[in-house]
Design a binder for this molecule. Structure first.
Ligand SMILES: C[S@@+](CC[C@H](N)C(=O)[O-])C[C@H]1O[C@@H](n2cnc3c(N)ncnc32)[C@H](O)[C@@H]1O
Length: 302
């Protein structure tokens, strides 16, 4: 059952359960606990399994994890950590091999609506750190200190922004006059650079996505996570990943294909799994969700 009081609507819940296929007495690691919707679904789908809910955002773990751990008792434990260092986190937490791992990449709805810098619909400081207690570099720092070429590269690579050079040039001109420190300032500057018409999207959507990816090192973290995950899985264990944009999905798809070619894993999703029309109608942010899953065939060394 998904709780209505939780501000994040979990995506592809039935599909996660189908592909993770939780079994009695087994242990599942949810490395992106968020508001706990997927962890809850796993615990409810298999009444004698154990779930470890992990996130690098201490606020999510405290606000949603602690009450859920009280509700589920010993069946749910919580762990703080960056999934890019999963193997090290697992050692620190005395987690032995697990039977399934779920990763639902990106940001939670709470982070977008409650934290500074993620959204251009509120004028807040340009921060964008998902785990502020252990990250130092903010979006404002990147905007203030990266060279024009570095900024253009971030907007082009992570946002696939056509006007990356023009926007970077304007930022560098503008910051000589006054610091660009808020979401409102940046959104206005980008709108001036690219014009206000861009289909249904705000003109600054791509630049904001690019900065968020850069601040949180999202693609580097996923690349490292994928290798680490196989070291933490038991043979026969499953890894289920949900991506929200093509850059993430490409990394997952290629990693799975390469490991299948090496005979290490079996791909369980020959075609990417996406949300049904009904789910998209209920939860529009599920529109871009892409799920892929594998089963580990060969144990990976300690
Ligand atoms: C899309 S939300 C997950 C929502 C969750 N599945 C649910 O049902 O509520 C993504 C979560 O992953 C976390 N996250 C993102 N990058 C992370 C990383 N490198 N290590 C650990 N957690 C991360 C975020 O803090 C956020 O809480």
């Amino acid at each position: 059952m998904i709780h209505d009081t939780v501000p994040h609507k979990s995506v592809l819940v039935d599909e996660v359960i189908e592909h993770l296929a939780p079994q009695p007495g087994k242990t599942y690691l949810d490395v992106t606990f968020g508001a706990g919707g997927h962890s809850r679904a796993i615990l409810e789908a298999q009444e004698s399994c154990h779930v470890i809910g992990m996130d690098w955002d201490t606020v999510s773990l405290e606000k949603y994890g602690v009450p859920m751990a009280e509700e589920f008792g010993k069946r749910l434990s919580l762990a703080w950590g960056n999934f890019s260092l999963l193997y090290r986190v697992a050692k620190r937490e005395h987690i032995k091999k697990v039977d399934g791992i779920l990763a639902d990449f990106g940001t939670s709805q709470m982070q977008i609506t409650e934290r500074p810098g993620f959204s251009f619909s509120r004028d807040t400081p340009l921060d964008m750190r998902m785990s502020p207690s252990h990250q130092q570099i903010t979006a404002a720092y990147i905007i203030a200190s990266a060279s024009e070429e570095e900024l253009a590269d971030i907007f082009f690579r992570y946002g696939e922004e056509r006007y990356s050079r023009k926007i970077a040039r304007l930022i560098v001109q503008e910051r000589k006059i006054a610091p660009i420190a808020t979401t409102g300032q940046l959104a206005t500057l980008v709108s001036n650079a690219v014009g206000s018409k861009r289909g249904r999207c705000h003109p600054a959507t791509r630049v904001f996505q690019a900065l968020r990816i850069a601040v949180n090192k999202e693609l580097e973290n996923i690349t490292s996570f994928l290798s680490e995950a196989l070291r933490v899985l038991s043979p026969g264990g499953r890894l289920v990943c949900i991506s929200f944009h093509s850059l993430e999905d490409r990394l997952v798809k290629q990693f799975f294909k390469d490991r299948e070619r090496e005979g290490i894993v079996e791909i369980l999703t020959p075609k990417v799994v996406t949300a049904s029309e009904q789910e998209v109608a209920r939860n529009p942010s599920s529109r871009s969700a892409c799920l892929r899953a594998i089963r580990l065939i060969k144990a990976i060394g300690e």
